[in-house]
Design a protein around this ligand. Structure first.
Ligand code: PEP
Length: 249
């Protein structure tokens, strides 16, 4: 049985007052965490406050990125150890907005993921094709390369501690969601790729779908065999909408 994970990627949203308001909305639901691992990923500046608010709750904390370096002269970067000291357990890596706007290649995502695992953080490794790549029939080739490079050198044990997020770039923030069948096809393919690392472990890895997930499309997506949860952007900024997604598990 794979664990279901619903993770909210707040992106560059969440001042301290906004963080407090959104989290108190989520905490009002006492059943949160009954059916899925629920994770919120606020911006770095809100992590400590979020950690204090969530202390003792069943909502886990994640960050949206981290440095590939352990410490040192890397201005503007945030290390894995810093994330751990503020109580984060998860970290999103290789989000398409990092790949696209910050030119992050899969090799860098790989270095970050290996370091996250070494220090005890759970990486949520994002992969996904662009619209042009899908239309050119390159989806499987793109996913193949991203998985191979982002998870390069992973042992079975490391794979077993990672979470993968399939996020077709054309569906992120566009309101254009992949159909459940289309998403399932990609997820099943990604799982076959993971089996090259270790077949038994691949069956236990949670693969989340991301891309315009809302309360009204979550149920059909989450019913698919290989869809083990969701990475939610825009809809995670409303407590009501995010809770409805959590309850569709
Ligand atoms: C995301 O940022 O990971 C995402 C899936 O965004 P949205 O849900 O807004 O499409």
């Amino acid at each position: 049985m794979r664990r279901k994970v619903i993770a909210g990627n707040w992106k560059m949203n969440g001042t301290l007052p906004e963080t407090e308001k959104l989290l108190s909305g989520l905490l009002a639901d006492k059943s949160i965490g009954d059916t899925a691992t629920v994770v919120v990923c606020p911006p770095f500046t809100s992590l400590l406050q979020a950690s204090k608010i969530l202390h003792g709750s069943r909502i886990a904390l994640g960050a949206q990125d981290m440095s590939a370096h352990e410490k040192g002269a890397y201005t503007g970067e945030v290390s894995a150890a810093m994330l751990l000291t503020v109580g984060a357990h998860f970290v999103i890596l290789g989000h398409s907005e990092r790949r696209q706007y910050h030119a992050e290649p899969s090799a860098l995502v790989n270095a970050k993921a290996k370091l996250a695992l070494k220090l005890g953080l759970t990486p949520i490794v994002c992969i996904g094709e662009t619209l042009a790549e899908r239309e050119a029939g390159q989806t499987e080739a793109v996913l193949g390369t991203q998985v191979e490079e982002s998870l390069f050198g992973f042992t079975a044990e490391e794979l077993g501690r990672a979470v993968i997020a399939y996020e077709p770039v054309w569906a992120i923030g566009t309101g254009r969601v992949a159909s459940p069948e289309m998403a399932e096809e990609a997820h099943a393919y990604v799982r076959r790729l993971l089996k090259k690392i270790d077949p038994a472990t691949a069956d236990r890895v949670s693969i989340l779908y991301g891309g315009s997930v809302k309360a009204d499309n979550a149920k059909a997506l989450l019913r698919q065999t290989d869809i083990d949860g969701a990475l939610v952007g825009g809809a995670s900024l409303s407590a009501e909408e995010f809770l409805n997604i959590v309850h569709s598990v």
